[in-house]
Design a protein around this ligand. Structure first.
Ligand code: ADP
Length: 244
């Protein structure tokens, strides 16, 4: 479902991704872990061209392109983004729209879905996230966990090939982390392909099919959670020890 080959990204002369290659199968949950500044978020954002990679090849769902063909090609960029749903640490909801309006927005403006149908689908996704009764609430009236579940509903309503989540629970009070992880676990059980950057090691162990450990812009190790967490690699040991 996702195949990244030899991805490079520099920020002002600093090499942040150095020949990163990654494959994620349909229905797999891939969790990216690693120290702060190792390039996790940059990799995730390159997958939908929110960051512009310098070189490499990206395949997501039905989309394939060398990244240098994407530059300035809005039609191709749109095609790539249609394959991806993105969930951010800070939710990024429209504050002056209700939960339902937030979920409907992309359906109305990008997919030209008729309003009534967009509403039906929006309510369906809110219900799946356990938020049916919050449809008319504004983001300011919701807890962080509820806001993030609205953001997940909004991403999923577009029926992306893959869901990309950038530290989806990092901005939440500890008691709200569980409800968001549970919602993601349910989506995983339904076979949604996901790439999640997170520090939640319990989630990685329990839900991930594949854990990718990044450090200094390269993938140091990848594999099933048990294998990566049992790694003798000193960088991985140091990282996981500090999270215990
Ligand atoms: P992680 O998600 O693993 O914490 P990031 O991908 O956010 O790492 O960042 C990797 C490196 O790239 C860091 O050194 C960070 O400072 C740098 N970086 C990220 N975004 C930018 C940017 N927009 N401009 C300049 N440097 C950036």
């Amino acid at each position: 479902m996702i195949e990244v080959v030899d991805l490079y990204k520099n920020f002002g002369g600093t090499s942040v991704l150095k020949s990163v290659s990654l494959a994620v199968r349909a229905g797999e949950v891939c969790v990216i872990i690693g120290p702060s500044g190792s390039g996790k978020t940059t990799l995730l954002r390159c997958l939908n061209y929110l960051e512009v990679p310098d070189a490499g090849q990206i395949r997501v769902g039905g989309f394939t392109s060398a990244v240098n063909h994407l530059a300035g090609n809005n039609r191709l960029i749109r095609q790539l983004r249609q394959q991806t749903g993105m969930v951010f640490q800070q939710f990024n909801l429209f504050p002056h729209r209700t939960a339902l309006e937030n979920v409907m927005e992309g359906l109305l403006t990008v997919k030209n879905t008729p309003r009534q149908e967009a509403q039906r689908q929006g309510l369906l996704w809110l219900a799946k996230m356990g938020l049916e009764e919050k449809a008319a609430a504004y983001p300011g009236q919701l807890s962080g966990g509820q806001k993030q579940r609205v953001a997940i509903a909004r991403a999923m309503a577009m029926e992306p090939a893959v869901l990309l989540l950038d530290e989806p629970t990092s901005a939440l009070d500890p008691e709200l982390v569980g409800e968001v992880l549970l919602a993601l676990k349910k989506l995983a059980q339904e076979g949604i392909t996901m790439v999640v950057v997170t520090h939640e090691m319990g989630f990685a162990r329990e839900v991930a099919h594949k854990v990718v450990f990044m450090d200094e812009g390269i993938i140091v190790a990848e594999g099933p959670p048990q294998q990566v967490f049992a790694s003798a690699n000193p960088r991985i040991k140091a990282f996981t020890a500090q999270l215990l």
